[in-house]
Write a protein that binds this ligand. Structure first.
Ligand code: SIN
Length: 331
């Protein structure tokens, strides 16, 4: 999208909202239904609760945030369609879930692009990263912030030391073409499954492996069904806090301004806690004694990188070479 069109699109969006928004009495609160797929104790769940608390403290009766955790209303894919219909007003899907709305965000799925969460943070904070928040406005989706979860690790029913160890296994993936290719490069199979269905699919043997940050692995209790985890840090799982653009730009300016300030504060807290949260969940997993940690040598990790990184080539045109270079420069 050319930069010059963006304000125009937002303006049109506001205008459409003003024409189509349901009439709300001045003393009625603005209700924001925030749906997510994680537990309330996950980084995202805690972020949602903090948002609710600060909005209550600072905006009193003017805005009410209703939280629907653990996919009780929607999973991420149908949640995004519900958001576009304005049936819900906030969602924080992992970045892999947006590919139907923009090819650009696939950048976050590229394996071995970011060295660590600090590099991810740096890229998201730069102009090119921030611009991606507005890459779906034409589809009525506007990004308000990036929330960190963490770097992904590979787990399976057998030890994964070398890339060849993954051959023939079926891995649960999010609905991402990049992730599908990443496992294809390992001659492994993939099955797209909702987050809510991952545990059962691993328990029944329908799939034998997965990739998750430590927080998700532990929150989902995957140590019960995955005897091995390899600390690859091969990719990132982060979120975009999104809202319906017509809804958002229809909120009176002074209230939206306060909401934006609160979101900045919550984002800071969520992102500051991310590394510590991952460490805590990593310790839980290891203390359970059920999942064996495999630590890679530098040569072993390099072998995984070499097998997965050719995937970049396949997606560089869709994502944009320059965007990929600026992400690399954040390392
Ligand atoms: C989440 O953390 O929100 C879910 C990510 C996934 O689907 O693996």
């Amino acid at each position: 999208m050319k930069r010059v069109y963006l304000p125009l699109i937002i303006l049109c969006s506001v205008f459409t909202t003003l024409l189509s928004a349901p009439v709300r009495a001045a003393d009625e609160p603005i209700v924001i239904r925030f749906s997510h797929v994680s537990s309330e104790s996950s980084p995202k769940g805690k972020g949602a609760l903090l948002l609710q608390q600060l909005v209550k403290e600072r905006l009193g009766d003017q805005v009410s945030i209703e939280i629907h955790p653990a996919a009780e209303l929607y999973n991420d894919t149908d949640g995004l369609e519900a958001l576009r219909r304005n049936d819900i007003q906030m969602l924080a899907p992992s970045l892999a879930k947006f590919r139907a709305y923009t090819p650009k965000l696939q950048i976050f799925d590229l394996p071995f692009l970011f060295d660590d969460l600090a590099a991810v943070d740096k890229f998201q904070g730069r102009a090119k990263g921030k611009k991606l928040l507005l890459s779906m406005v034409e589809k009525d989706i506007v990004g308000l912030a990036y929330w960190h979860n963490g770097m992904k690790q590979l787990s399976a029913t057998r030890p994964l030391n070398e890339p060849a160890d993954a051959a023939g296994l079926t891995f649960r993936i999010q609905d991402s073409a990049v992730l599908k290719s990443q496992f294809k490069a390992l001659t492994a199979n993939t099955e797209v499954l909702a987050y809510a269905d991952m545990f059962d699919a691993l328990a029944s043997g329908q799939v034998q492996g997965a990739e998750n940050p430590w927080t998700n692995f532990d929150s989902k209790n995957l140590q019960q069904v995955q005897p091995y985890i390899t600390e690859t840090n091969h990719g990132v799982l982060d979120y975009m806090l999104v809202t319906n653009s017509r809804f958002w730009y229809g909120i009176p300016h002074h209230i939206r301004y306060e909401l934006e300030n609160i979101i900045t504060e919550v984002t800071y807290a969520v992102n500051k806690a991310a590394a510590e949260e991952n460490e805590r969940h990593r310790n839980n997993v290891l203390a359970s004694g059920k999942t064996r940690l495999i630590t890679l040598t530098a040569e072993q990790r390099e072998a995984w990188r070499q097998r997965m990184q050719p995937v970049w080539q396949e997606f560089s045109e869709q994502i944009g070479e320059r965007l990929i270079h600026s992400a690399q420069a954040a390392n």
